[in-house]
Design a protein around this ligand. Structure first.
Ligand code: AMP
Length: 400
């Protein structure tokens, strides 16, 4: 952060999209904690802080009578906890634009913190509406974006608002800076070998990522449900395993692309197959091309674990996005857990590792290894698009 904020009103877009229970209590405050370094630094430098965030999808999940479920989606629930985290009072306005918000922002003094109501209560937020963005921008002198989780969306408070601030009055927050820095570390001139591990349910979700990784990684490991489309495309029997039949040609093209580029593509050689999709299913270890009828592959097998982990242990740079199996069920978590452990071990001996958000982060956290890797991303979708090589609108808006 490199802007002058002393005695200024600083509008900070944070990602406070935290899970709440039925009593409106926060069940995981990680996202709030991740924003604290930025908020505290700005306060130390003598700023008055105006915080903006969305919470859930209030306009998509309206009440039966069509009204917004304010009780469920208000950011008011977050103010007391934020106040505890910051060790100072947090003011709240029940609108993010309009006369109340303007008055509250006007009165705000250096060292004070104001939390605005959910930006998504306004139709203009997700539409990237200019008038709404302009109204938000008028509340502050400086704009800081620290919401990496929504950086891939061209929304009013994440992207469009930046137009109303010149280069000396807008910047990334510390969290956003570190996300960008770490992703660029693996994208630009990574230490090699670079090993990328991909998994998860669908090839179609990861197609662009796979194309990009095959292009610049040395080894690409493919596990999880998406591996079975590759086996079927090669004439294998995959039983009832996940498969996207309309992607058979595409995965063959990916395999050809890897061959042409000299990228090592590692697919599981064996699998833990189950007789039903259930945590207590009967299981057996089967080869990838010969999954019995009515059985389904739900995890990578022991031989695959050996092959994958030894590739990870030789890596100097590692990207991980997506589980190796249905890790939510204990019986099918061994592959994902082994990858998580191998990444932690490789990091211990000096490799750089970036975990791309979502389920991989959940698996790592479950194993208590989240602090033993180089960077855990806070943005699942945003990191995926960043790694695909896209210019994220939220980042571009600050840079231009
Ligand atoms: P994604 O959101 O695409 O990263 O997918 C994550 C989900 O994929 C997790 O909920 C896993 O349970 C699921 N998954 C991983 N491997 C398999 C598999 N072999 N069969 C079915 N689902 C899987």
């Amino acid at each position: 952060m490199n802007v002058e904020v002393h005695n200024k009103k600083v509008l900070v877009r944070v990602d406070f999209n935290v899970p709440l229970n039925k009593e409106h209590l926060i069940t995981d405050d990680t996202r709030m904690r991740k924003a604290l370094p930025t908020i505290n630094k700005l306060l130390e430098e003598g700023a008055a802080i105006i915080l903006m965030s969305h919470l859930g999808r209030p306009l998509k999940n309206r009440m039966a009578d069509g009204s917004i479920n304010i009780k469920k989606y208000t950011l008011r629930h977050l103010a007391p906890h934020l106040s505890d985290l910051l060790g100072r009072p947090v003011q709240f306005t029940n609108s993010c634009i309009g006369s109340y918000a303007v008055k509250a922002a006007d009165k705000l003094k250096p060292g004070e913190v104001l939390l605005l109501e959910n930006t998504r209560f306004n139709e203009g937020e997700t539409k990237g509406d200019e008038a709404f963005a302009k109204a938000l921008s008028e509340l502050g002198d400086v704009y800081i974006n620290d919401a990496f989780g929504t950086a891939h969306r061209a929304h009013a408070s994440t992207t469009v608002i930046a137009r109303y601030f010149d280069k000396d009055h807008k910047d990334f927050g510390l969290l956003m800076e570190s996300e960008i820095l770490n992703a660029e570390k693996v994208l630009n001139n990574p230490r090699r070998p670079l090993v990328a591990i991909t998994g998860g349910a669908k090839v179609s979700d990861k197609l662009l990522l796979l194309e990009k990784l095959i292009d610049f990684a040395d080894t690409v490991i493919i596990g999880g449900g998406m591996a079975y489309t590759f086996f079927k495309a090669q004439g294998g029997n995959i039983g009832d395993s996940l498969c996207e039949d309309d992607k058979l040609d595409l995965v063959l093209q990916l395999m050809a692309q890897a061959k042409e580029k000299g990228t090592t593509l590692l697919l599981p050689v064996d699998n833990v197959a189950a007789d039903r999709f259930h945590r207590d299913a009967n299981t057996r270890i089967v080869s990838s091309m010969e999954i019995p009828e009515h059985w389904m592959g739900l995890d990578i097998g022991p031989k695959s674990i050996d092959i994958f982990t030894s590739a990870v242990l030789k890596a100097e740079s590692i990207i991980w996005n997506g589980p190796m199996g249905v890790f939510e069920f204990q019986k099918f978590a061994a592959g994902t857990n082994a990858i998580a452990q191998a990444i932690a071990d490789a990091t211990q001996r000096g490799a750089f590792s970036l975990i791309g958000g979502g389920d991989s982060v959940a698996a790592l956290t479950q194993m208590g290894l989240a602090d033993q890797v180089s960077h855990v991303s806070t943005g699942g979708g945003a990191m995926l698009e960043f790694l695909e090589g896209k210019e994220l609108p939220g980042i571009k808006a600050i840079r231009t």
